[in-house]
Design a protein around this ligand. Structure first.
Ligand code: C2E
Ligand code: CA
Ligand code: CA
Ligand code: CA
Length: 279
């Protein structure tokens, strides 16, 4: 399935750069995919480094193109963002993930957190708070289980009203994580201003540990800073034991990456969680 996805992905990547016509075709296709329910969510484990336990999952969207296989988000999220289709798509993701999380909690699975990505355009919506609250009410997921992942860049756009926006979301009880931390913005002052719970160290800083010494210094500095600011810190893209050892040594709380588990369909995630519980 992976190779198939990759083939499709090349086709779409090229088409994105090839012509306006092809982009329009993809946009039309994307719109129809939303109507015809062609998107699926995969879930990747979030792991506590103290005991290796899966304490949460991140929902990641894929496009299941009939007869063609899975298309990964980097190849349709940018166009969805540009065209505004990300708003209904993002809402579908949120509702589907929250509903799934609720069934997992009801089944007694020991999950503490569901992480959902919010695109910059979604974050800019004036009625974001109402939308999030409505989905939580509809799915009956208690707000403390939901963590919204927002990139630094999105957070820094427009500035001041974002503070109010985040404060409202916090008051609702959801958690806020900064995604791809370290890749976006040059000033760190916002970390004290905004009510943030977690930093997710971008995988580009984790990738070449322990060969790349500057990456190691950056990762260690982010962990130290997060701890000083009393923020949780998660390392993304952990693939190797040596990376894990380094992160543990520097006091990183939690991690995510192929070393612990790839993103998988809901059924497979559920089986993993049940097995971990000894069910
Ligand atoms: P992200 O939010 O930074 O998500 C992590 C990405 O890293 C995922 O790629 C995941 O599969 C991948 N990953 C996890 N562990 C490893 C590892 O050990 N090594 C490597 N090399 N990669 C790893 P994916 O699923 O292809 O998603 C790519 C991006 O697409 C996401 O990056 C996120 O920015 C966006 N995305 C995915 N789902 C959604 C969504 O529902 N809404 C929005 N707005 N964006 C989404
Ligand atoms: Ca993310
Ligand atoms: Ca990320
Ligand atoms: Ca990323």
């Amino acid at each position: 399935a992976k190779d198939k996805g990759r083939g499709t992905y090349h086709f779409y990547t090229e088409s994105l750069t090839r012509s306006a016509n092809e982009r329009l075709a993809l946009e039309t296709r994307l719109r129809r995919a939303l109507e015809q329910d062609e998107f699926v969510l995969h879930y990747q484990p979030l792991v506590a480094l103290t005991d290796g336990r899966i304490f949460g999952v991140e929902a990641l969207v894929r496009w299941q193109i009939p007869g063609e296989g899975l298309l990964y988000p980097n190849h349709f999220i940018p166009l969805a963002e540009e065209t505004g289709l990300i708003v209904p798509l993002g809402e579908w993701v949120l509702r589907t993930a929250c509903a799934r999380m609720k069934t997992w909690l009801d089944a007694g699975l020991p999950l503490e957190m569901l992480a959902v990505n919010l695109s910059p355009r979604q974050f800019r919506q004036g009625d974001l708070y109402e939308r999030i609250r409505a989905v939580l009410a509809e799915t009956r997921l208690p707000s403390r289980y939901l963590e919204l992942e927002i990139t630094e860049t999105a957070l820094m756009e427009d500035g001041p009203e974002n503070e109010t926006k985040l404060a409202a979301l916090k008051a609702l009880g959801v958690r806020i994580a900064i995604d791809d931390f370290g890749t976006g913005y040059s000033s760190l002052a916002y970390l004290k201003r905004f009510p943030i719970d977690k930093l997710k160290i971008d995988q580009s800083f984790v990738r070449d540990i322990p060969q790349d010494t500057s990456n190691m210094e950056i990762a260690a500095a982010i962990i130290a800073m997060a701890r000083n600011l009393k923020l949780e810190v998660l390392a993304e893209g952990v693939e190797a034991e040596a990376q894990l050892a380094f992160l543990k040594r520097h006091g990183c709380d939690v991690a995510q990456g192929y070393l612990f588990g790839h993103p998988v369909a809901a059924d497979a995630m559920q089986a993993t969680l049940e097995a971990a519980m000894g069910k």
